[in-house]
Design a protein around this ligand. Structure first.
Ligand code: PBG
Length: 330
């Protein structure tokens, strides 16, 4: 390689067109998955810790998703704000074919069949203890939980879900869910596994949005979600999910775990996604609202960083804002 002064790396940074020409990575609206909270009532509900994000009632969901699709967003990820009175220790509402998620899915697929619907599989939006699985003596039991998750996933597929996304971190759930979907005739429904999901404090605003924060009552999920100190273990998690039949894998949270994303992408060359979680959105939005950061600039920089680190796509509460920014006249 030539050295300075023959080589001057700043030469290619001289003009906007030249910077565009040599740009290595780019973000497109088709990289974005928009997470949407479904409200049980008929009003839109703001979420204090997620400024600009609202829970959307069923009556408005198809319209909202159509608008997002018009911006070029290919997939929405649905999360229910289940009313407290429907939550129970066994999370039975997860197995209600007419629960908020299944009704929202059916409404979206009827109104805009060209948009992909991703459904989270886990029990925390339905359980009165706020955990992702069934509790026995204060411990989240694995195999009994997986049985419920399989039934939850089949009901979601039946409602029209395209992508089943297990976010529970139980062992063996991807393989079992794959088998359950196939037996029920849903061979075409794909699985995006939350493979490396960490026991993170960055999920705080999400837990307020689905109302599981009060249920969890200060508890944590460290017996099933991963220790933030570990990366080798993330590779084992990803490998197991791929062997069990995951079509796509995910790393979560996003920005503090770009090293994990990069290692997993380089190791497995698999469709790999990042979840820019609620706490990341809250941090950037709060700083922007205070005038401490340039909101659109940090939004686009953070999303591009996921692409550079190897993400094929990003789940982000900024999806609509970012898609609008990408479509702005230049
Ligand atoms: C449910 C689930 C969580 C998130 C996505 N699915 C919360 C949790 O594990 O406690 C977090 C998403 C976010 O913070 O934006 N299992």
């Amino acid at each position: 390689m030539p050295q300075y002064p023959q080589s001057r790396l700043r030469r290619l940074r001289r003009w906007p067109w030249l910077r565009d020409l040599v740009q290595e990575h780019a973000l497109s609206p088709s990289d974005l998955i928009w997470p949407v909270f479904i409200a049980a009532g008929s009003q839109r509900e703001p979420i204090a810790s997620l400024p600009g994000v609202e829970r959307i009632p069923l009556e408005q969901i198809a319209t909202e998703v159509t608008l997002a699709a018009d911006l070029g967003i290919p997939v929405v990820a649905l999360f229910p704000a289940t009313p407290t009175e429907l939550k129970s220790p066994e999370a039975g509402e997860a197995l209600n074919p007419d629960n908020l998620i299944n009704r929202a899915t059916a409404l979206i697929k009827a109104a805009c069949p060209h948009v992909g619907v991703l459904c989270d599989v886990a029990l925390d939006p339905y359980s009165s203890h706020g955990h992702d699985g069934l509790l026995h003596d204060g411990y989240v039991v694995n195999d009994a939980t997986v049985e419920v998750l399989c039934r939850q996933a089949v009901l979601q597929a039946q409602a029209g879900c395209d992508i089943i996304a297990p976010s529970d971190m139980m062992d063996g759930r991807v393989g079992r869910i794959r088998t359950a979907l196939d037996h029920a005739g849903y061979q075409q429904v794909s699985i995006m596994a939350y493979s490396a999901k960490y026991a993170s404090a960055f999920y705080g605003p999400f837990r307020q949005a689905v109302g599981s924060a009060t249920n969890l009552a200060g508890g944590d999920k460290k017996t099933y979600q991963m220790n933030p100190a570990n990366i080798e273990e993330a590779l084992r998690e990803a490998e197991q999910d791929i062997r069990e039949g995951a079509d796509m894998i995910m790393v979560k949270p996003g920005m503090p775990y770009l090293d994990v994303l990069s290692r997993i992408k380089q190791q497995f060359h698999f469709p790999t996604f990042a979840y820019q979680v609620s706490g990341e959105y809250a941090m950037l939005s709060a700083a922007a609202a205070n005038g401490w950061l340039d909101g659109p600039a940090v939004m686009m920089e953070s999303l591009l960083a996921f692409k550079r680190a190897g993400a094929d796509g990003i789940l982000t509460y900024f999806a609509r804002d970012a898609a609008r920014w990408l479509q702005r006249p230049k």
